[in-house]
Design a protein around this ligand. Sequence first.
Ligand code: PPS
Ligand code: MG
Ligand code: MG
Ligand code: MG
Length: 337
Amino acid sequence: MTASSALPLSRERAVGIEAVLRASRLCQAVFARLAQAQTVTKADLSPVTVADYGAQAVVNALLHAEFPSDPIVGEEDAADLRADARLAASVVELTNSVQPAGAAAMSSDDVLAAIDLGQYAGGKTGRFWTLDPIDGTKGFLRGEQYAVCLALVVDGVVQLAVQGCPNLPHDLAHPEEGRGSLFIAVRGQGAFERHFDSADERRISVSGVSSASETQFCESVEAAHSSQSDTAQIADRLGITRPPVRMDSQCKYAVIARGDAGIYLRVPTRADYQEKIWDHAGGSLLVEEAGGSICDVTGKPLDFSLGRTLKGNKGIIATNGRIHARVVEAVRSVLRL
Ligand SMILES: Nc1ncnc2c1ncn2[C@@H]1O[C@H](COP(=O)(O)OS(=O)(=O)O)[C@@H](OP(=O)(O)O)[C@H]1O
Ligand SMILES: [Mg+2]
Ligand SMILES: [Mg+2]
Ligand SMILES: [Mg+2]
């Protein structure tokens, strides 16, 4: 046994990395033939592609093989696939395309059952995984940023994060130099980045800026997901003159954890929207383990113990930590909270 394999959650970390890498490869393969990719619209009007389903099947199947008693809170379910044999056949073919050489092919029933392993309700006791097979599906479809996001929650607290960001430049200032990173954090062990084409990991940490005005802030591309008029006022109040970094998905958390930007703001556009735990669990741990801070727009800690949503929270503020109190004050003042 090596020294690192003795660290807490080392097997979960290794399995999570393998699962997210396989799912990321699947997404990249789908994008390469996106002209034919089928997209369906879910009841909530969000898009979902064969890649979302395939990535959830791949990750859930591996988690279930390695940790059969762990439940999973996953974004997708197989109901639409059960009603569409052609769509289901594409997902089965894709899922099998990233299984390891020599593994038995998964049948259609196996793939649909694997996707439906993600129906767990979450909650405050025991451990469960939470998976967003593609976070930022709209970014994926545009050829921009998206992320495969996996986290392990134990007794309501996020303990492990593995996030694949296939299109994220290794260096935002030099996108031509390479793209595709995996971000990994275990509570108490720090946050790490490795490039898709290497197993070498480097520890990452948040930016050292001590004044909010010196940094940039990240927000969603989609104006429906975060109020861009409110964030413009907050930036103004903080003296930020640089334009926002608009990026889809939990890549925003990776960018904060790596120190490329100092603030991620997600300001509710609707009073009734409940953030989903799979949209924030892994990203929140990456930021914390890289030295940053995270809370909701009222300053409350995020509570991952309440089920499939963050129903006790509204919006998100993530920062490098040093400027956190000042940013929370500006958000509360603009939103009159
Ligand atoms: N109204 C509203 N408010 C806040 N958030 C919402 C809302 N509607 C959807 N979603 C969730 O946004 C997830 C994508 O978030 P992003 O920050 O990446 O937005 S975007 O990609 O720029 O669109 C997206 O995740 P995916 O579905 O995995 O892409 C949704 O879970
Ligand atoms: Mg979605
Ligand atoms: Mg999402
Ligand atoms: Mg998703």
